[in-house]
Ligand binder design. Sequence first.
Ligand SMILES: Cc1cc2nc3c(=O)[nH]c(=O)nc-3n(C[C@H](O)[C@H](O)[C@H](O)COP(=O)(O)O)c2cc1C
Length: 473
Amino acid sequence: MCRMRGEFTEGHTGPSRVPGVSGGTRGATTGPAHRQSAATCVTTVVGVTSAAGTGRRRQDAVYRAGVYGRHPRVPTVYRALAREARRRLDARAYGYVAGGAGDEDTQRADRAAFDRWAVVPRVLRDVSRRDTSVELFGRRLPAPLLLGPVGALELVHPEADLAVARAAASIGVPMVFSNQASVPMETTAAAMSDSPRWMQLYWSTSDELVESLLGRAEASGCDAVVVTLDTTMLGWRPRDLDLGHLPFALGKGIAQYTSDPVFRRLVEERAAAAGARDPQPRPTLAAVRALVGMARAWPGSLVENLRSPLPRAAVETFLSIYSRPSITWADLAWLRERTRLPIVLKGVLHPDDARRAVEEGVDGLVVSTHGGRQVDRSIAALDALPDVVDAVDDRVPVLFDSGIRSGADVLVAVALGARAVLLGRPYAWGLGVAGEDGVRQVVEDVLGEFDLTLGLTGHTAVDQLTREVLRRR
Ligand SMILES: Cc1cc2nc3c(=O)[nH]c(=O)nc-3n(C[C@H](O)[C@H](O)[C@H](O)COP(=O)(O)O)c2cc1C
C-alpha cells in the first residue's frame, strides 16, 4: 500500500500520500476502499503487483521500505511501543495513560486471560480471499475494530482527537468520541467526512447537559451513543495520586463541556454566584501554569480568559457535575426517550446485568474493565465475555475491550463472541510517538495481523470465528 509521509524513518524517498484517499468507506466489504488505490501506488512505484488482503499489503509496505533502509517509526509490538511512548512523554502524561486502579491487578488479569486461550489453526483450506468486514448498527465496517473512547489525549499529543479522527477516517475504522475529549465533537466530526463515529457519554448530574450532549452527538453524525457505566466515580489510581495529577483539574479533557451551551450557562451562573468570594490560589509557578491551562481550555482569547473568572469556574463546574453515582436501571428509559441513536452500555461484566440490559431495550454492550482503571482485582474482561455473550444470546451485539494489543487478540475476542473490539492504549501510544501517522500505523498493524491470522488459521470471514477455533491452554 502507499505509505504516508513520515511513517518510516530514514528519509522520504518512498511512495507518498495518494491525494483523496482519505474519507469514509460506507459499504466496504473487504477493507477500506482507499487501500485499493494505495496498492496501485505501490505497484507503480516499486513495480511489483501488490498482494491481496490488508495483512500482506501492510507487510509489503514495510518490507519494501526496508529495501531502501527504512523501518517503521512506531514499534510494531505493544511492549516496545509503550516503551517508546514512555521515553517521549512526561511522567504525568505517561502515568495517566499507563495507570490503572490500585495495584493494577486488573490490568494484568486482562492480559493474562488472553494467555489462557490458544487458537488451533486449520490447513488446506483456500484462504486466498478474505473478508474481514462486519456489520454493526446498519453499517459495514472494514474489520471488527473501533477506536475506543480515550480522554485527555492532549496529554500525549497537541493534535489529540483530531489526529486520531483523521487516522480513523483514512482507514474507515469508527472512532468513539470521548466525553472527556480534548477537541469538541463537532470539530472532530468535521475532520472525518462521512466516516463512522460514535459518542461516549458520562452521565452528568445535570440532565440538561446530558440532553445537550446527546443532541450534539446526533447533529455530529454519530451512529451510536456509548454510555460508560463503570466510571460513576473515578477509580483509585495511585500513579495519578502520587503525582497529584488529574488532567481535568488543569482544564485538559473538558472540551466537550466548554463547547456546550448548557455547560457554559452553568459556568456563568457559578462564576456570578462565587463573585469576589472565590479565593485566588497562591501565585506559585504551578498555579500560574494551571491557570494558563484553564484559560486555554475556555473558548475565546487567551488574554481575556486570563482575566476572566470563567475558566476556573469551568473546571470547578466540571468537577462538581461530571458524573452521577446515583444512576440506576430506571434512568435508562429517560435516556431512551431522548435519543434515536442506538444505546450501547460500556462496562458490563456480569451476565445478569447483560440480561437486564437487553430486557430494558438497550442496543448493544461493551464488556470492559475500562482497561483496569476503575476496579482493582476485578474479573478480567475476557473471562467475563463468554458468560455475557451466552446471556445476551445474540439479541444485541456484544463488543469487547480491555487488553487488545494485536490482531491475534482481536481474533480470540471475536471467537469468544465479540462482534467487534475497541482498541485503547495502543493507539494512544501511537499518537504519542508519531501523531496521526502513529495512530494510523498502530491501527493498520492490528488490522494487518488480524487479516493474516484469520487466513493462517484457515478462515476467510469473521463469522467463521467461533469458540470451536479455540482451546483452553
Ligand atoms: C488514558 C485513558 C483514557 C480513557 N478515557 C476514557 C473515556 O473518556 N471514556 C471511556 O468510556 N473510557 C475511557 N477509557 C477506557 C477505554 O475506552 C478502554 O475501555 C480501555 O482503554 C481498554 O483497555 P486497554 O486500552 O488496556 O485495552 C480510557 C482509557 C485510557 C487508557
